[in-house]
Design a protein around this ligand. Structure first.
Ligand code: GAR
Length: 207
């Protein structure tokens, strides 16, 4: 069957296990289609998942730093995604911050899923830090990406109760299940053109 002419082309950037990538590939994203996995670690499980699911993989040579792509790499990536006509970029456990080139090319069209109720616990190891802080309600957030660390306008959040005796893995697992719900939902709403951003606030239009 041919692709719908109005398909919204999605590239997913991921570095690790890939459960959110898989959730996006298997969900009904409305007009959204996951067409590409961009991966900065060739040995990451997410690359194996993409092969099994028949999704094209673009490997990155990220450069010397652990937390960002080199400017050359990010520029090449932005150029390549523009060349392919990518409409939306989804960060699904991509462990590097995007900087100028990707933000210039895709502002308002990059989404990230994060395992905390932002603005609490941005950055790494959020579930463990939430537990150590003693929060009673944890959760996850899908947001548009801006220059900051997990600071962009919030599209969707889900709350997860912290249970007596929870360890970081228990909490992370329950948060992850909710990520698999709200990330595809947010992507679908974006692809359907139903998200309106005004300053920090994102509202959802009726279909
Ligand atoms: C997810 O919990 C995601 O929220 C988190 O990494 C995990 C990736 O899991 N992302 C971040 O912490 C980004 N700051 P996955 O590879 O199974 O989707």
């Amino acid at each position: 069957m041919g692709k719908a002419a109005d398909a919204v082309k999605i590239a997913v950037l991921a570095s690790g296990r890939g459960s959110n990538f898989e959730a996006l590939c298997k969900a009904d994203l409305g007009p959204g289609r996951v067409e590409l996995l961009v991966c900065d670690r060739p040995d990451a499980p997410v690359a194996g998942l993409a092969r099994r699911l028949g999704v094209e993989i673009l490997g990155l040579d990220p450069g010397p730093k652990r937390t960002v792509l080199s400017v050359e790499c990010e520029t090449r990536l932005a150029d390549e995604l523009v060349r392919r006509g990518t409409d939306l970029v989804c960060l699904a456990g991509f462990m590097r911050m995007l900087k100028g080139p990707m933000l210039s090319a895709f502002r308002g069209r990059i989404m990230n899923v994060h395992p905390s109720l932002l603005p609490a616990f941005p950055g790494l190891d959020s579930q463990r830090r939430a537990l150590e802080y003693g929060v009673k309600i944890a959760g996850c957030t899908v947001h548009y990406v801006d220059e900051g660390m997990d600071t962009g306008p919030i599209i969707a959040q889900a709350a997860v109760e912290v249970r007596e005796g929870d360890g970081p893995e228990d909490l992370a697992g329950r948060i992850l299940s909710r990520e698999h719900e709200i990330f595809p939902l947010a992507v679908r709403l974006h692809c359907e053109g139903r998200l309106a951003v005004a300053g920090r606030r994102v509202s959802i239009r009726e279909p």
